[in-house]
Design a protein around this ligand. Structure first.
Ligand code: FAD
Length: 436
């Protein structure tokens, strides 16, 4: 069995390593750095900055004068990337893996060409990821309008930052740069920031960020960027924000161009490559995983889709549940969500009850001076089954993991009530929500 993978982000390289560990001969092609968007321009660099933003906030709360040397911070960010990239390079040293650098183009379903050399395989996995989208408005290509990739390699903290888009990437950047000293304004088209999250989370995060001094305008339409002014419409009134840098964070689009998909018949739309539950495309022996499928654009989704595709290729089955994917936002405070939202349950006519606890009553949170936030658990009122969890507060992204496991196992509220949580921990917010 010969497998060819296009793209070395989490969807590509993790699948390559896993395939080689299972005795498959793999060729992996990438035209970018190993680790893809996640390692080089996404999860890891942003989380390095988020960590420093958190340190700044903690120092401020403790009355310690906080100042960040931005040049050193960016050097640290780069060092983190390089350290982790070194780890992937070592993994690529597996004797069953051949790493090819260059842009891959399909010749047919089993042949991919890179710089004029053809590589043949029994199965191909497309894991080419995504890139930042933009708004088709006047001024969108001005020099002061940056994508998240560019903002992550800026050489000084802008005095004023206007973030167009109140989704995950926009809000994380808004939170980081506000902590670093920028005056930040977020402009969001929808009625709430984080439109697909539980409304309770979106509303309370907005309040928390506003309390920290971030200006957030929701329900607005950005019309143009003229020099240092971002013009937007709010309920029919044209308004402007003065800024030095604009971050365009209006979503990401699948990297499908230049693969020659039309010639080999792989079906795709504006959203991404169409796949079935086993990540098979419309062409036999060709799979697609990760951001390029346009499903949840998250690194762990890419990795687990890769795992599912590989299992299918090797005729093995798994119990991965793509309806139980945790999603986190590393703002201050953090936000994390898994499973169904209250609104979604109501739309589906499910009889639910929502149970809550608050960080202000959690001993560890109080001792950390992190009392902002709550944990909301959505339960089926008829059979007690846990349906979803939504948390805002310190380390919410770590705390949510327990709920992911419980939801995966189909646990009920009585199961959760019997789980012992160590004291004092932030994880106690979960037990407290259902034991109140
Ligand atoms: C600012 C930011 C922050 C993020 N934070 C998080 C986070 O905290 N948590 C999280 O889960 N997700 C986060 N993400 C999303 C995460 O980075 C992506 O979901 C993940 O990288 C997708 O992995 P992938 O393997 O599908 O594609 P990618 O990581 O994008 O990798 C695809 C690779 O394929 C290469 N490629 C493309 N076309 C070709 C071709 N024709 N030939 C050869 N190579 C090609 C590209 O150069 C790229 O290196 C973030 C993203 C951004 C932008």
């Amino acid at each position: 069995m010969r497998l060819l993978i296009i793209g070395a982000g989490p969807g590509g390289y993790e699948t390559a390593v896993s395939a080689a560990n299972r005795g498959v001969e793999v060729t992996i092609v990438t035209d970018g750095e190993l680790g893809g968007t996640c390692l080089n321009e996404g999860c890891i660099p942003t989380k390095t900055l988020c960590h420093y933003a958190e340190l700044m906030e903690q120092n401020r709360k403790a009355g310690i004068e906080a100042h960040v040397d931005f040049t050193r911070l960016m050097e640290r960010k780069q060092a983190v990337i390089e350290q982790l990239r070194g780890g992937i390079e070592m993994l690529m040293g597996n004797k069953l893996i051949t790493l090819v650098r260059g842009k891959a183009v399909f010749r047919d379903a089993h042949t991919v060409s890179v710089d004029g050399i053809d590589y043949k395989a029994d199965k191909v996995i497309i894991a080419t990821g995504s890139k930042s989208a933009s708004l088709p408005i006047p001024g969108e290509s001005n020099a002061n309008v940056l994508t998240s990739d560019k903002l992550l390699s800026i050489d000084s903290v802008p005095e004023r930052l206007c973030v167009v888009g109140g989704g995950v990437i926009g809000l994380e950047m808004a939170s980081v740069f506000q902590s670093l000293g920028s005056e930040v304004t977020v402009l969001e088209y929808f009625r709430e920031i984080l439109p697909r999250f539980d409304t309770d989370l979106s509303k309370r995060l907005k309040q928390a960020m506003q309390k920290r001094g971030i200006k957030i305008e929701t329900g607005v339409e950005v019309k143009a960027i003229e020099g240092n002014r971002v013009l937007f419409d709010k309920k029919g009134t044209e308004t402007a924000v003065e800024t030095d840098v604009v971050l365009m964070a209006v979503g990401r689009k699948a990297n499908v161009a230049s693969l020659n998909l039309d010639d080999i018949g792989v079906r795709y739309s504006n959203k991404g490559i169409e796949v079935d539950e086993n990540l098979r495309t419309s062409v036999p022996d060709v799979y697609a995983v990760g951001d390029v499928t346009g499903h949840m654009m998250l690194a762990h989704v890419a990795s687990f889709q890769g795992r599912r595709a590989l299992n299918d290729i090797l005729s093995e089955t798994d119990n991965i549940r793509f309806d139980m994917v945790p999603a986190d936002v590393f703002t201050l405070p953090e936000v994390a969500t898994v499973g169904m939202t209250e609104d979604e349950c109501k739309e589906k006519g499910i009889n639910i009850k929502c149970m809550k606890s608050f960080f202000r009553t959690n001993g560890k949170a109080v001792s950390m001076d992190e009392t902002e936030g709550f944990c909301k658990i959505v339960v089926n009122a008829d059979d007690g089954k846990l349906l979803g969890a939504h948390i805002m507060g310190a380390h919410a992204a770590d705390v949510i993991q327990e709920m992911t496991a419980l939801l995966y196992m189909g646990a009920t509220i009585s199961d959760l009530r019997d789980v012992i949580h160590a004291h004092p921990t932030l994880g106690e917010v979960i037990g407290a929500a259902v034991n109140n």
